[in-house]
Ligand binder design. Structure first.
Ligand code: 6GU
Length: 359
């Protein structure tokens, strides 16, 4: 699994990838992350990435040319000039040969043609737009991983291997997706995180300023994603969120695979599993409810005792209590989730009594 991030703040990500689960996943080669500095794809003295919006208005817009060149360097060609993507198109292969990072024209008009030519010629690899972009399209064996640009900080041992030393051999089919991060995107969810975790390559374009020239979305993006109903100053935080959420669902990244399946927003059909002692690991995967509250030693802290039921070892009772707590938390904090939750008759009774209790 490889994430490519295109950003004007490459330094933003260092602490995120140097800590915790992400760090381990990278060190173990389960995940690769490459960060591409958008300014490396400018050609003027000031390394200009933005410009004033046509039609006037506040703020600045990310220019299309550096983004098109950044994508070309990753072997990603424009789709056919069709209507803007609606955020639900399928995955597509986006890979190409290695080779040097292309020489791009020094003017903006030529950039797109050059990007297309580069990819069509094979210097930049294959053109995924030539083929239909059906969901999860398999790539031909000769379609290889992208070049690693020298200026790109990369966070995995594999991607730091010297040019020519890795991935020369034919690769298995690749599934890839290009995502624009913007406040205008469709909401990022756990279900989407699961989708991304099953892909081989995810390219994240971090929007900045007032936005990104919409033609980049139209030409290149499979999805436009937002991480919530608030405005961030840029897509970098959102990219980190998307990577964190997706990467921890990749097999092997979490020590205990079940903990990914069974937390809040787990798949609705996640089965209730038990640990070696027969204690339910959790019930919170079942039905898309929020997680239940957790407690650990000491049994009493600051005058508050952990719930007695958790201390007495009655697994059936523990299970019942946790389900009730899930229902309670979901009702209080996210009542919207109850609409799609899978609820038993007992759950509904419990919900009713919680409703009465809190009203
Ligand atoms: Cl992905 N970008 C920006 N700028 N703001 C956001 C967002 C993304 N998601 C929520 N707010």
């Amino acid at each position: 699994m490889r994430f490519e991030i295109v950003t004007i703040f490459p330094g933003f990500f260092s602490s995120i990838f140097e800590n915790g689960i992400l760090r381990r996943a990278l060190a173990e080669g389960l995940v690769e992350v490459a960060i591409h500095d958008l300014r490396a794809f400018t050609h003027d003295r000031h390394r200009t990435v933005d410009d004033r919006p046509f039609g006037g208005g506040e703020g600045m817009v990310l220019k299309p040319q550096p983004l098109a060149e950044a994508l070309a360097s990753l072997g990603i060609a424009p789709k056919s000039p069709s209507p803007p993507c609606q955020g639900t198109t399928g995955d597509r292969g986006t890979l190409q040969g290695r080779g040097a990072v292309p020489q791009m024209p020094q003017n903006e008009e030529g950039a797109l043609q050059a990007a297309e030519k580069l990819v069509a010629e094979g210097g930049g690899g294959f053109n995924p737009r030539i083929k239909p972009t059906e969901s999860t399209r398999a790539l031909a064996p000769e379609e290889r991983l992208p070049p690693i640009s020298p200026e790109i900080p990369s966070f995995s041992a594999a991607s730091l291997a010297p040019e020519g030393m890795h991935r020369q051999e034919p690769q298995p089919p690749q599934r890839a997706r290009v995502i624009l991060l913007s406040a205008q995107g469709r909401p990022f969810t756990q279900a989407l995180a699961r989708e991304l975790a099953a892909l081989d390559r995810v390219v994240l374009l971090c929007g900045r300023y007032e936005g990104v020239d919409e033609r980049i979305n139209q030409l290149y993006c499979d999805q436009e994603l937002s991480i919530g109903d608030y405005v961030l100053s840029g897509g970098e935080l959102a990219a980190a969120v998307v990577i964190d959420a997706a990467m921890r669902l990749i097999p092997g990244v979490l020590g205990n695979q079940a903990s990914g399946e069974f937390e809040s927003f787990g798949p609705p059909d996640a089965e209730i599993s038990t640990d070696a002692d027969g204690v339910p690991r959790s019930q919170h995967g079942s039905g898309g409810l929020l997680d239940y509250p957790h407690y650990t030693r000491p049994a009493e802290f600051a005058g508050l005792r952990a719930p007695e039921v958790l201390l007495n070892g009655d697994h059936l009772e523990i299970r019942r209590w946790r389900r009730q707590q899930q229902l309670r938390k979901t009702l209080l904090n996210r009542p919207d989730l109850l609409e799609n939750a899978v609820l038993t008759t007992e759950d509904r009774k419990l919900l009713e009594s919680i409703r009465q209790e809190i009203s």
